[in-house]
Design a protein. Structure first.
Length: 199
């Protein structure tokens, strides 16, 4: 297994980008995947991330502060429940979020190619930056071929984080010139996974 790791100190805390290079190559099958792969390899792994966009949450337009739009909610049983449950048995004092995402990216039976992905847009609006970190990206053959996933413990009990996910969808679409229809959004835990689909 070939895992590349880069750490970014954003908002005065550490975020650990993990990329499964074998899965990234194996699951890259269309032009949208190739654009995302190039972004990972040429920008993120080279640490060409504008850290000034991630200095203070109060000084930037963060993912959770973006607007919402109407979405249909599709709920299914978690595809990865056993992987997640096994990862939670091995926390050993580490953060739950990191351990779950790490196991999903490393595991051969998932479509997760990368986790903790920084995204940004400078000066939106003027003198402010739009920025955030995507928990996990999956690649698929079908449309949407790139799916943004947010790990939310107790996902079935919370209100959909639609503003945050729609912000990430918009950022990926704009940054990489990928149609919105090719960028799916959802959130999950060890029990359920929920996709948000435009009405």
């Amino acid at each position: 297994m070939s895992i590349e790791r880069r750490s970014f100190k954003h908002y005065n805390q550490w975020f650990h980008l993990l990329v499964n290079m074998e899965k990234l190559e194996r699951l890259t099958i269309n032009e949208h995947h190739k654009k995302f792969r190039d972004f990972i390899v040429d920008v993120l792994l080279e640490k060409k991330v504008p850290d000034e966009c991630f200095i203070e949450r109060s000084g930037s337009i963060t993912a959770s502060s973006r607007g919402t739009r109407d979405c249909t909610i599709l709920q299914n049983t978690s595809r990865y429940k056993y992987i997640i449950k096994n990862s939670l048995k091995n926390l050993h004092g580490r953060q739950r979020h990191y351990v779950v995402l790490k196991h999903l990216v490393e595991h051969d039976l998932t479509n997760a190619v990368v986790c903790e992905v920084p995204v940004w847009k400078k000066n939106d609006p003027p003198n402010k930056h739009a920025a955030g970190h995507i928990d996990m990206i999956e690649f698929f053959e079908k449309t949407p071929s790139i799916v943004i996933q947010d790990y939310k413990p107790m996902a079935f009990q919370i209100d959909p984080p639609s503003g945050q996910l729609l912000f990430y969808q918009s950022m990926i679409s704009q940054m990489l010139d990928i149609p919105y229809s090719e960028v799916g959004i959802g959130y999950f835990d060890e029990v359920v996974e929920i996709m948000l689909v435009d009405v």
